[in-house]
Structure formats: C-alpha cells, structure tokens
Design a protein around this ligand. Structure first.
Ligand SMILES: Cc1cc2nc3c(=O)[nH]c(=O)nc-3n(C[C@H](O)[C@H](O)[C@H](O)COP(=O)(O)OP(=O)(O)OC[C@H]3O[C@@H](n4cnc5c(N)ncnc54)[C@H](O)[C@@H]3O)c2cc1C
Length: 402
C-alpha cells in the first residue's frame, strides 16, 4: 500500500510572519525580523548555559538592553511592537528566559511606569532599560498566591522617620536573586484601621506597593529551583527589618488593590503573548519531527491519527494567535478588559500544555531525554497555567465578568 506524503511541514513560521493580521503592517514584519535576528544573536547561543545556571547572565541582560529589547513601549501603538517582541521571545522555546525578560521589562516595570513619581522612574527605569538593573515582582507568599488576602509581609512606619520597616517572606519571585529592584506587596495597615504591626488580618484594602532596593540591609535571597522555567531565577526572599524610605512608596498608601487590578490585566496580556510564542515554537518542533521521523516506512505525519491531532492543534493555535493580536490591539487603544486578558492567558497557556504533551508523546523516548527540546517544552508548560493567575482563578474572573 502506498501512502502519500503528509501535508505537514507547512511553515508555521511563514504563517506567523504574514502581516495579513488586521493590526499589523509591513513595519511590524520588519520589526519581527529584527527581533528574531537579535534574539538569535544575544539569546539562543547562551540559552542552554542560562538554563543550567538558573538565570540570565549579567552580560546577557546588558546585551538585551543594548539591542533595545528591554524598552519597547507598554502602551499605545508602541505596544503592538511589544506584542511582536513578546511572541518572538516565547518562540525562542525557553520559557524561563521569556518569563525572566517578561517580568523584568513588562510585568514588574509596569508598576513603576504606571504608578511611580518622575523621581522613582528616573531612579529605576533607565538602568532597567539598559539591562544594568533587573526588576522583580514580589507579590506571592507560601500561603498567599491565588488568594492574596492572607498576605503576611508587613511594612510598619519607621520610628521617628518617614518611611517603613519591612518584615516578611516572599516566594517564587522570578529574577529573585539577581534583581536590583524589588516591587513588593506589603500590608501597611491593620484591617481595624490601625497601622500595620505584627498582628494578623485579611483583605487587601490595607496593602501598599513598595519599591525596595534589593541591596538593602536585611534582604536575604535564596534560589528556589523549580521543575521548569529553569533560567527564570526563581527565589525566596526574606525581609528582616528592612528600612524602606518614604520615597519607596509606589503611588498612594493602602492602594495596592486598585494598582493590582490595573496591572494584573496587563500581566495576563503579557503572559498570554509569551505563551502564544511558546506554542508556536512547540508546533514547529512537532511539525519538523513528524516530517522526519519514520514509523512503518513512512513519516510519522503520514499516519492519520497524527495528522488529525496536529490539525486540531494548528486550528487552536490560529484562533488563540488571532485573539492575542486582538487583545494587544485593545490594550494599544487603552481598552483592554479583564475578560479578554483572562481568556487569552487561560487559552494560550492551556493550549501550551496540550501542545507540549502531544509534542513529547510523538517524540517518543527522545521527548523524555534530558537536554532534548521536547523535554524542556514539556517540563516548562505547566507553570504557565499557574504563574500570573492560575487557570481556575481566570475561569472565575471570566465567569464573574459576564
Ligand atoms: C514558575 C513560577 C513563577 C512565578 N513567578 C512569580 C513572581 O515573579 N512573582 C510572584 O509574586 N509570584 C510568582 N509566582 C507565584 C504565582 O503567582 C502563584 O503560584 C499563583 O498565583 C498561584 O498561587 P499558589 O501557587 O499559592 O497556588 P494556590 O493559590 O494555592 O492554588 C493552587 C491551585 O489551586 C487551584 N485554584 C486556585 N484558585 C482556585 C479557585 N478559585 N477555584 C478552584 N481552584 C483554584 C489552581 O489549580 C491552583 O494552581 C510564580 C509561580 C510559578 C510557578
């Protein structure tokens, strides 16, 4: 029986490049080509070493900064260039690297850009853009992740001086050991209205965001290695009577809840765009493999069961990809809503898990081998459905948004 060659091996790359998406033009295609060239020069040759070291090297950050990849706009039409950059970062296939850069240049820095004073921005943003100072976002704690109401980190007023004394422990902080700036969520008032001391209390109406210099006395950091995202420099951070000057208060006191509500939609948009790039990488890997690996004398992709599975993934990818561009465009118009950001983050990260499972499965033993791309994609995928809002939390938000 002769089996015709499979129609797989279609260049997903070419499809992704096409500027026939309504929100992109030839200028964005040219920018995409530039970003790819710079990532190929400054990231890919070092990616395996950064995975082993657990973080992007200091020279790597500076190279990314010098290449202009850490300062693409967060808002307006400029954000469409960021959408291209974030997708391409995801398409490097290294979720730890994409998370590290995404947290630094977008998620954490957005708090400074959105809520910082001109002095705070001047103090931190130029160095962050140059890659000389890395930024981290320290919100989660061991017992306070999806539900932040049990937040334990506290900032009480300094005795006899303006400013705060910060005590507590943050967990799972990306860029945690390397960051120069920590954007920290802390309780600044007891729920009964008294100033935060050592007592308990729930609710976020009493919390503030603080900019903390990571070199301050009393800050201790330990690597917290994860199963995936190995280059993301995940760490646990202790704050032991850390003096934070009044100038470290971000925006208004006790207003963290409002700030989080605004910044988290952006965070989910960024996470979604990164994940879409990750799915693209996974499908390209899968596509190449099923075209080249032969089983029963024909390429794996000639088997109908395989072709149909891939066709489903391609279709899902096309939909999520277009939805991602729609969400980026909404944000560029200043109209991104919680539901759109949540749908994008939910669907892109869950598709990444499905694609990674299929990719590992069709790679056979190779997909289980340490050092194999398929194995890395597989171990990286799950974290995407947890970090920046677990899938169940997003489903709640989508439902409640109706
Ligand atoms: C790789 C990685 C990087 C991270 N980076 C950072 C960082 O840079 N900064 C930072 O502050 N935090 C970071 N986090 C922490 C992340 O934000 C939290 O893990 C996330 O908010 C979930 O909190 P949790 O882990 O405490 O899980 P929990 O809140 O304990 O939830 C556990 C699980 O329960 C389920 N669940 C949650 N809520 C609901 C619900 N309402 N209904 C039904 N089921 C539910 C979900 O499946 C969830 O995964 C990172 C996490 C990971 C894995």
């Amino acid at each position: 029986m002769s089996v015709s060659p499979p129609p797989v091996g279609r260049l997903l790359t070419e499809r992704a490049l096409a500027h026939d998406f309504p929100f992109f033009d030839h200028g964005h295609d040219a920018f995409r080509a530039l970003v790819r060239a710079r990532l190929a020069e400054h990231v890919l040759p070092h990616a395996e070493a950064w995975e082993r070291q657990g973080r992007i090297a200091a020279e790597g950050w500076k190279a990314l900064g010098a290449a202009g990849l850490l300062e693409v706009g967060h808002s307006g039409d400029d954000f469409l260039h960021s959408a291209v950059l974030l997708e391409e970062l995801g398409a490097t296939g290294y979720a730890g690297i994409r998370a590290s850069v995404g947290v630094h240049a977008y998620m954490a820095l957005s708090y400074v850009l959105l809520f910082g004073t001109p002095q705070q921005r001047e103090a931190w943003v130029p160095a962050a853009h140059r890659g000389e100072s890395v930024t981290a976002l320290a919100i989660s704690e061991r017992n306070s992740g999806s539900d932040l109401r049990d937040l334990r980190t506290r900032a009480r007023p300094s005795d006899g001086a303006d400013g705060f004394v910060l005590d507590g422990r943050k967990s799972y902080v990306a860029n945690g050991t390397r960051a120069g700036l920590l954007v920290v969520l802390a309780r600044t008032r007891h729920p009964d209205g008294a100033t935060a001391g050592t007592g308990g209390g729930r609710g976020l109406a009493n919390a503030s965001m603080l900019l903390v210099d990571a070199d301050s006395p009393g800050v201790t950091r330990r690597p917290q290695p994860m199963a995936g995202w190995r280059a993301a420099d995940i760490a646990e951070i202790d704050f032991d009577q850390v003096e934070v000057p009044e100038t470290g208060l971000l925006g208004r006191r006790h207003r963290a809840l409002l700030q989080l509500m605004r910044a988290l939609d952006f965070e989910r948009l960024v996470a979604g765009l990164l994940a879409v790039g990750g799915v693209r990488y996974t499908l390209e890997l899968l596509d190449t493999h099923v075209c080249t690996r032969h089983v029963k004398g024909v390429p794996l992709g000639a088997h109908q069961a395989v072709r149909h599975r891939l066709a489903e993934l391609y279709g899902e990818f096309d939909m999520v990809h277009r939805y991602a561009h729609h969400a980026a465009w909404l944000h560029a118009q200043g109209r991104l809503d919680t539901r759109t950001a949540s749908v994008l983050k939910l669907r892109s990260t869950e598709l990444a898990v499905t694609a990674a499972q299929v990719c590992a499965q069709y790679h056979g033993a190779l997909g289980q081998q340490e050092g194999a791309d398929a194995a890395r994609v597989h171990r990286d995928a799950t974290a995407g459905t947890i970090a920046a809002g677990a899938s169940e939390l997003l489903r709640d938000m989508i439902f409640e948004g109706n």
